[in-house]
Design a protein around this ligand. Structure first.
Ligand SMILES: *Cc1c(COP(=O)(O)O)cnc(C)c1O
Length: 362
């Protein structure tokens, strides 16, 4: 076979370890997974009843245009239906954008470390990649502007950023968008948007009206608790959406997910409660870090990156053997840190107890 050369340099995405495999390997009966930033409180109870009704539609292809979800979400966000595109998770939208705009003679700019899929897809398309190091955990927007050249087609921003949890403040984003040439697509990935509490966080949806080269990506996988159903969406100027649509697979969003997402946005109370519990949980992590003088980035998300100043894999392994799955920072660009998803109160207390033991033993 004559594979694309760049494909041979890639490894498939390494997800957080699965609960079942860890149970077996370490002979544990209870596992707590705090590795992939899923919602520890599940999803809205209303979604579960909506799903029962939709199982009958299984033999039928989904509505490829996601008409009902499109209309509900447009009303919810106060945008026009033509300003939306849906993906099989926002991962799929990253892939669609890359497919539509990147090729061996096109350039793309992104932060590092950031969400791995921007680079992964850019590599597959053979694009010219410029990675601009974070500055104390934050996007170096000036550095990213300087990296723009005549070949640049796409710039990726992740706010709040995975894996640091840091966000881009409004004034910084605005002055950045002012300076980016209008033929370059700026992708603003807001997978953790619903968790944000910072007061100087911008209203990105209204910015898509002001900057027709901006696309905002969001997902139902995080606070809405629907990661398994794979629903992400993009909001942008209708011209951008129209140009991207042919690169989208016709039936990329399944019907059960569409029905679930419609019900999920109706339950704003569930989202509010999760957001509040998340902030309370984070407080415990902050206190722990201060008590043990561990460095961390203040986070706007449901995860926290903590620097233990030892090999991240060692911390990861210690927790794993006690039944807690987290992400080692090693594969995330922070070799002495671990990234932990904020769980339920019980899960947070549990993982912090094990981490205290770990610190006493080193
Ligand atoms: C989780 C995550 C995604 C992927 O979300 P899906 O909608 O489940 O594909 C995208 N971007 C960031 C930054 C994430 O953390």
């Amino acid at each position: 076979m004559r594979w694309k050369e760049q494909l041979l340099t890639l490894t498939p995405y390494q997800p957080g370890k699965s609960i079942e495999s860890v149970k077996k390997q370490y002979n544990l009966d209870k596992i707590v997974k705090l590795a992939s930033n899923e919602n520890p409180f599940g999803c809205s109870g209303k979604v579960l009843s909506a799903l029962q009704l939709n199982l009958e539609g299984m033999p039928i292809y989904p509505d490829g245009y996601a008409t009902n979800l499109r209309d509900s979400l447009a009303a919810f966000l106060q945008v026009e239906p033509e300003e939306l595109i849906f993906g099989n998770g926002s991962d799929n939208l990253i892939q669609i954008i890359s497919r539509a705009l990147l090729h061996p003679d096109a350039g793309t700019v992104m932060a590092t470390p950031t969400f791995s899929q921007y680079k992964h897809n850019a590599v597959i398309e053979g694009a010219i990649i410029k990675e601009i190091p974070l500055n104390s955990g934050n996007h170096d927007l000036d550095g990213m502007l300087k990296a723009i050249d005549e070949k640049t087609n796409v710039i990726w921003l992740c706010s709040p950023n995975n894996p640091t949890g840091t966000y881009i403040p409004e004034d910084a984003l605005l002055s950045f968008l002012e300076k980016v040439p209008p033929h370059i697509l700026v992708v603003l990935d807001e997978a953790y948007f619903e968790y944000v509490v910072a007061e100087d966080y911008y209203n990105s949806i209204s910015l898509t009206r002001r900057y027709p080269n901006l696309i905002v990506l969001r997902t139902f996988s995080k606070i809405y608790g629907l990661a398994a159903l794979r629903i992400g969406y993009g909001v942008a100027n209708p011209e951008i959406i129209k140009a991207l649509e042919p690169a989208r697979e016709p039936f990329n969003v399944n019907s059960i997910g569409q029905a679930a997402a419609i019900t999920a946005i109706e339950d704003s109370e569930f989202v509010e409660i999760c957001k509040e519990k998340n902030r309370k949980g984070l407080e415990l992590f902050y206190q722990f870090c201060k008590k043990h003088q561990l460095e961390f980035y203040p986070t706007q998300t449901n995860f926290i990156l903590i620097d233990f100043k030892v090999d991240g894999d060692t911390v990861f392994q210690y927790l794993l053997e006690k039944g807690y799955i987290v992400r080692s920072g090693k594969a995330l660009g922070f070799p002495t840190s671990v990234r932990i998803t904020v769980g339920s109160e019980e899960q947070n207390e549990g993982v912090l107890k094990v981490l205290s033991e770990f610190l006493q033993n080193i």
